[in-house]
Design a protein around this ligand. Sequence first.
Ligand code: GLP
Length: 234
Amino acid sequence: MVKLIVKENYSAMSKEAFNIFRGRFDSARVLGFATGSTPLKLYELISEEARSGRISFEGKLTFNLDEYCGVDPFDSASFRHYMDHNLFLNVNMNPNSIHFPDSKSDPKTAAKQYREEYLRYGPIDLQILGIGRNGHIAFNEPGAMPDSVTRVVELSDDTLRVNMPKGNKAVTMGIKEILESRTILLLASGKEKGLALRKALRDSPNTAVPASFLQMHDDVTFVMDEEAASMLDA
Ligand code: GLP
């Protein structure tokens, strides 16, 4: 059952997402995070909550959805750098409890090792998601199967154009692992996500729009602003 919440703008959407995240945070041990521009305000709000001492990341484990292959984790182009500077360094997160695909080792080895870490410490209790303009979630691009698991992927031309990574490969968690999360919170903002959201929510689950498989989950909330929701009933 997909719950849909539409707020007037990006700031209000982020505050709503924070309220939902906060409500589930205490009972969640394993947290799943996404990168990209959409969750930045949410991570700022979580960082403020932690700095104020109102929440603690003590005892939490984190898994990120994806990471580029061949990038140094300290390079500003890496998703690890993004997470460190937008969240992890702002909260009392134990670095040994942060899980990322190993971007420095052979991609296939990194994917195998990350899958093994997930099987050992997962599933995710509370998963934050964004959505790509082509309906991808994590780096499960159009064509991804609902039973897909952590693997190496070639990035689509659209993703390469938008993200402009240094390489064209990434390690991503699969749709199966995302659907194994206890609770999913997807954030979306802006007109450019309108078509992807309409297909994800109005079409029946299909591989052309990986986000449409989220309809199969029993506790998923889509939080979006009015621009992102503008094509839902077109
Ligand atoms: C990237 C990430 C996704 C993210 C998507 C949207 O492809 N792999 O996890 O959801 O971009 O990013 P943005 O929020 O910047 O639109």
